[in-house]
Design a binder for this molecule. Sequence first.
Ligand SMILES: Nc1ncnc2c1ncn2[C@@H]1O[C@H](COP(=O)(O)OP(=O)(O)OP(=O)(O)O)[C@@H](O)[C@H]1O
Ligand SMILES: [Mg+2]
Length: 596
Amino acid sequence: MASVFSGRQRHAIRLALRMIAPYRKQAIGALVALIVTAAITLSMGQGIKLMVDQGFMTRSVTLLNETIGLFMVLVVALAVGTFTRFYLVSWIGERVVADLRKQVFDHLVSLHPGFYENNRSSEIQSRLTADTTLLQSVIGSSLSMFLRNALMVIGGVILLFFTNPKLTSIVVVALPLVVAPILIFGRRVRSLSRESQDRVADVGSYVSEALGQIKTVQAYNHQEQDRQRFSQTAEGAFETARKRILQRSWLITLVIVLVLGAVAVMLWVGGMDVIAGRISGGELAAFVFYSLIVGSAFGTLSEVIGELQRAAGAAERITELLQARSEITPPAGDVLKLPERVSGRLALENISFAYPSRPERNAVDGLSLIIEAGETLALVGPSGAGKSTLFDLLLRFYDPQQGQILIEGIPAKRLDPLDLRRCFAWVSQTPALFFGSVEDNIRYGNPHASDQQVQAAAHIAHAHEFIQLLPQGYRTHLGDGGMGLSGGQRQRLAIARALLADAPILLLDEATSALDAQSEHLIQQALPTLMQGRTTLVIAHRLATVQNADRIAVMDQGKLVAVGTHRELIASNPLYARLAALQFNAGQPEKEVNIT
Ligand SMILES: Nc1ncnc2c1ncn2[C@@H]1O[C@H](COP(=O)(O)OP(=O)(O)OP(=O)(O)O)[C@@H](O)[C@H]1O
Ligand SMILES: [Mg+2]
């Protein structure tokens, strides 16, 4: 058997066997059912022989009754066996795929974020769904089909010899003549049908892209181009399908001509023997029956091997995913633990970091900074300065190539990432909401919070008012990614979520950038009470937001350029002075309008 399969296929089979292992009982049950049904099917030939020879030839009613009675018993046994086999085998297939999907997903959510920069998540998603489905079809049917048909071929050939060695020799010689052309055509049909599937997938992905961005499509009047491109894709799919059906039609015709032709030849040779009295009519009938079984089992085997080939690819891709290692893991040695109450003191010691995709450029460059417990520190600097990257490093989405981050005096790398991240409540630059209700989204960081706590957090984030105006208030359902809310509303939900998480360190990455000046001002008013007893790092472009901070850190091109209060920095740091001047100048026309 080893030579039938390539290395990849063996790999796939090994993965399948490993996944099946926990369900040994079901697998053995299925195997028994499989062997029993194969044996019954094969014994049918003997039944036919008996029926023809004794039931019809001797014209004895009792014998006919007995034969048909036995036949009925076999039919019932076959039915029960087939039910058991089909149910158990399909059950194992579905069970294994559910396990595999869970295993892959469990693994994926723990991988470091950098992994998803090199691997498109749509590609990973297709592995999780399409590849596992392919494996399911292999485990849930192909593998059992392979075993069943292999048994049929072996058993069938043995019985053929047993029934009539002379005719069998003819069949064994003629079999390749019949099967080879069918195999060749079958292979062509299969490869075309795979291509056909790919074309259909093209159509699908084109539709989801165009319809997902329908506003942009219509705003640029791009419909006509899209129609044309889609029409090409659809026609391409049709053309491939047409080729496939043509080959398939030929295949069917070929099967009919060759198989029935071969049966005719056999009947002729065998018929001659029957006339000459060398064999009985029943023997001939049994013989034809067995050759049909062997022929069809042989054909199925070749199909199934094609399936196994495809599954091998799928298994390989899934294994690859499972073998990807997270770069952010708990330390190998003894894991340190943070104290029960974390005050929120942070120390950055000479940190340098370049993104793996851009190793030549430091996004954070030799940065040292101490943030005292309970302090509010504002981070300002031009776009691309490395502010958000600094938050990524604090949350340990990446490890700096140089230097270290200490929390409560403990190096972050010596902590379990779960323990470390419990200390942070983070509002990202693009607020991330999930499919689900408003309430679920706020409770995200603290699943046990009471309704009162949820509403209190929403009040502080100035989200309560708009949430009450939603059709079902806090129970209103949001679409994917918080669809159905404005940009500012999303930000306020994200802030409420962070407040509810009640962590000692709050990281706000332009959390109020999409809000109108008044809402932002109100949140600013509320924050100081909240920031009490909490360390807060705020990234903001608007200096109005920044002025309340205890200290301001100015970043430029990954470097920390200056730290101080607003007043100090205006006087000492030209970059900050320039940023401040632009902000206040932008405010001036309004004042003028007010005056006039
Ligand atoms: N995932 C990434 N892979 C490679 N480079 C990145 C990645 N994310 C950010 N960068 C680069 O790192 C630098 C710092 O980016 P960062 O997002 O920290 O800037 P920022 O100060 O937050 O800017 P902004 O104010 O626009 O949000 C930029 O030059 C950016 O292009
Ligand atoms: Mg940023």
